[in-house]
Design a protein around this ligand. Sequence first.
Ligand SMILES: Cc1cc2nc3c(=O)[nH]c(=O)nc-3n(C[C@H](O)[C@H](O)[C@H](O)COP(=O)(O)OP(=O)(O)OC[C@H]3O[C@@H](n4cnc5c(N)ncnc54)[C@H](O)[C@@H]3O)c2cc1C
Length: 368
Amino acid sequence: MSSTHMNVADFRSGLRTWLDQHDLSPGPDHSLDGQVAQLARVRRALFDAGWMRYGWPPDVQGLGGPAVLRAVLGEEVAERGLAEPGIYSMVEVLVPTLISYAPPALAETMVPRLLSGREQWCQGFSEPGSGSDLASLTTRAVPREGGDWVITGQKVWTSLAQYAARCVLLTRTGPGHGGITAFFVDMDTPGITVRPLRTMHGVDEFAEVFLDDVVVPADRMLGRPGDGWQLAMDLLPHERSTCFWHRIAHLFTRLDRLLDETGDPDDDALGAAYLALHTARARSHTTQRRLAAGAVLGPETSVDKVLLATAEQRLFDTARDLLPGVLELTDSPWREEYLYSRAATIYGGTAEIQRNIIARRLLGLGKD
Ligand SMILES: Cc1cc2nc3c(=O)[nH]c(=O)nc-3n(C[C@H](O)[C@H](O)[C@H](O)COP(=O)(O)OP(=O)(O)OC[C@H]3O[C@@H](n4cnc5c(N)ncnc54)[C@H](O)[C@@H]3O)c2cc1C
């Protein structure tokens, strides 16, 4: 198929036919190890067949075409339950960042490794004292003779760090917002220690990352010294555009499952859950269209974040209410997913912070 003529309808129908012919269903291992291995398998197959390359530029072995093709791909993957959407989303978050900020030769070498499932990467932003107030981060990067940088500090809540070959890492090279600098760090560099942390849904999804005198070459800097804050601001909207479309598709599969299990499509609570999800999808659809029209996404994606987190929690609250005792007393998958849905108002910026941004930057309502 030629990318120049690829439109959404052709892409979707070709992809569906291909997926019907190539069984990528996950095996019985639902552990995190199993999910990460399954994701790598799915990405590799989709990359080798070309699907994973659409919507990305040729400089990183993409086949071009509009970004919305990536939304369609993730939607099909989510609807067929081929890969867990949370871990799938790392591509959508980190690849645009590499393309915008890495030296072109680095992006050209590295991005295909992530797209093709040969590597997993992580995002090292949060620190024990710096979550919502990210600009207070203290992990230090100091230049040394010869042009290398030496990094010392600690990150926390770094998703999938124990599987990651590389990390997009924020460090401090000077005071204030303008003193934050990003690096693309190999996770096997001497001085890096990863200690997985268990979430309340019982999975070692994220980790503490300790950095002791980690030497990073100058050509691994993303952008210039001081560009790190802007990189973080540019990255967050990516976390809230195409990945959200994937997640919403995933949540609709859960709504369908809930309907099957409760058997009452007229239930008011199910209707409210549907409405919340549909609202999030309508908003996300607008965001996709804006992206397609070349818009640079910004603080208005906080609205997408609030709508999606609200819809996700409402859906699993509804499951809890309509399936009495199932979450509390059994090992049903509803239990794990309900517990994980509590994180939706924390990761990628908490609900309170999003509302502050909406109030201050979109509505002009002044301070907190
Ligand atoms: C599942 C999961 C995965 C994650 N993955 C990653 C990752 O891969 N990489 C990464 O870097 N980070 C990751 N995080 C971390 C996440 O970004 C932070 O948890 C988040 O930014 C909040 O920071 P914090 O936990 O330090 O909470 P805090 O900032 O300490 O906030 C604590 C509470 O205070 C409230 N609060 C704080 N400031 C204000 C304010 N000004 N006004 C009103 N209320 C306020 C918050 O809303 C929150 O309720 C992940 C988190 C989770 C839950």
